[in-house]
Structure formats: structure tokens, C-alpha cells
Design a protein around this ligand. Structure first.
Ligand code: DX5
Ligand code: ZN
Length: 222
């Protein structure tokens, strides 16, 4: 399977949202990553439903929704209706994670769980077989443009082992500080999905940035 690139809309120019979404539509990106922040679980507020609705109206890429919000079960069906094909919740926000994952699946969406940098992988041992994706945060969630935390490399390798041991087919996503250098190393250790915000949107030619990352990743797979 080829590596999935998911540019994060958080790094787009919100005054030119339609332009930036159309740029992603015309790119080799696979998914569009949508960061929803509530100012409670994370120390920042990103955007809410009206912006998500505008994204849905223009995007031709599958919408990968990352909920950095407390009690995410309140809004699962709302985000499904706003076009999410996949919904990722934080383990740290879900005391009844098993139930929350079933709720996402019952809506017909793919279900993901995100882990903060300090959160132990063991917490996923009894749920990993039910998941479509694990998102390893390689920065503390809340802001784009932060520095990648190198311990994530080891975490990817260990998550891969857990997935194999438990016979799960879930994907490993890495989110935060991903660029070409970190991305290639992550894929080498088993990552399947790379989220990239500032690396893509702050580059002088985002289309070219995505295309060249795709090409380098394809070479790595050979
Ligand atoms: C961080 C978000 C990320 C962020 C990534 O809380 O979950 O998706 O947009 O941005 P970069 O790639 O700039 O670190
Ligand atoms: Zn994210």
C-alpha cells in the first residue's frame, strides 16, 4: 500500500480557504486532515462547524477529522454529517474509549485514536484490533508549526509490533512537525499516514512539495 499524505488544513490561509482547498484537490495528497480544537483539551481553538461545512463543500479529498476536544462523543454524528470519512478521538478524552469507537463505526465512519506524546501504547492493547487508525502525536497537540519530538520514531516501531502481535490491520498516522526528513524516517519505521501542515502550506510550491514527498516515499518502498 502506498503511503498516505494528509495535509492539515490548519496551516492554510483561512482568508483564501477555497483557493487552498482547490490546490489540495489538484494535488497528489490522499486525504485532507481537519484539526478541531476546543480550547479545553488543548490550549487553542481552531474552528468549528461553519468552517467544516465550507471545507466539505469544496473538498474532493476524503476528510480525516482529528477531534482534540473533551467529550468527543457529543459531536460524532455532527462531524459525520459534515463529511468526515474518518473520525479520530484522543485516548486522553475518552474514559469509555471502546464505546466511543463503536459509536464512530456505527455511524459508518472509520475510527481512529490519537495518543499524546507521553501516553503509553499499552493503553491500546485491548482495543487495537477494533481500530482503523492510531494517530501518534509527535508534538503536543494544539498548534501547527511545532518541533517534531524524536521519541516518536521509537514509538512508531513499538506500535507496529503491537499491531502485528494483535493481528490488527490499523494504520499508523503521525501528526506534528512532519517534513520530508522526519517523514521518510517515520515511514522507514512503519508509519502509513503522514499529516503535514506547515511543511506543505508554508512551502513556496505546495503542489510540488506534495508531489516530491510522494515520489521519495515511493522510492523508499521499492
Ligand atoms: C497539532 C495538529 C496537527 C497540526 C500539524 O495539534 O493536530 O495536525 O496541524 O501541523 P504541522 O505539520 O505544522 O506540525
Ligand atoms: Zn491533527
Amino acid at each position: 500500500m502506498s503511503i498516505i499524505i494528509a495535509p492539515s488544513i490548519l496551516a492554510a490561509d483561512f482568508a483564501n480557504l477555497q483557493r487552498d482547498i482547490e490546490m489540495i484537490n489538484n494535488s497528489e495528497a490522499d486525504w485532507l486532515h481537519i484539526d478541531i480544537m476546543d480550547g479545553m483539551f488543548v490550549p487553542n481553538i481552531s474552528f468549528g462547524m461553519p468552517v467544516m461545512e465550507a471545507i466539505q463543500r469544496h473538498s474532493k479529498k476524503p476528510l480525516d477529522v482529528h477531534l482534540m476536544i473533551e467529550k468527543p462523543e457529543r459531536f460524532l454524528s455532527t462531524f459525520k454529517d459534515l463529511g468526515a470519512f474518518q473520525i479520530t478521538v484522543h485516548e486522553e478524552c475518552c474514559p469509555h474509549l471502546h464505546r466511543t469507537i463503536q459509536q464512530i463505526k456505527d455511524l459508518g465512519c472509520k475510527a481512529g485514536v490519537a495518543l499524546n506524546p507521553h501516553t503509553n501504547l499499552n493503553t491500546l492493547e485491548y482495543i487495537i484490533a477494533d481500530l482503523d487508525l492510531v494517530c501518534l502525536m509527535s508534538v503536543n497537540p494544539g498548534f501547527g508549526g511545532q518541533k517534531f519530538i524524536p521519541l516518536t520514531y521509537e514509538k512508531v516501531s513499538r506500535l507496529k509490533e503491537l499491531i502485528v502481535t494483535r493481528g490488527s490491520d490499523c494504520l499508523i498516522q503521525v501528526d506534528g512537525g512532519v517534513n520530508e526528513e522526519t517523514g521518510l524516517k517515520l515511514v522507514d519505521r512503519g508509519a502509513d499516514v503522514l499529516v503535514a501542515g506547515s511543511f506543505v502550506f508554508n512551502s513556496s510550491n505546495p503542489l510540488q512539495t506534495i508531489s516530491s514527498l510522494k515520489k521519495k516515499l515511493a522510492e523508499l518502498e521499492q
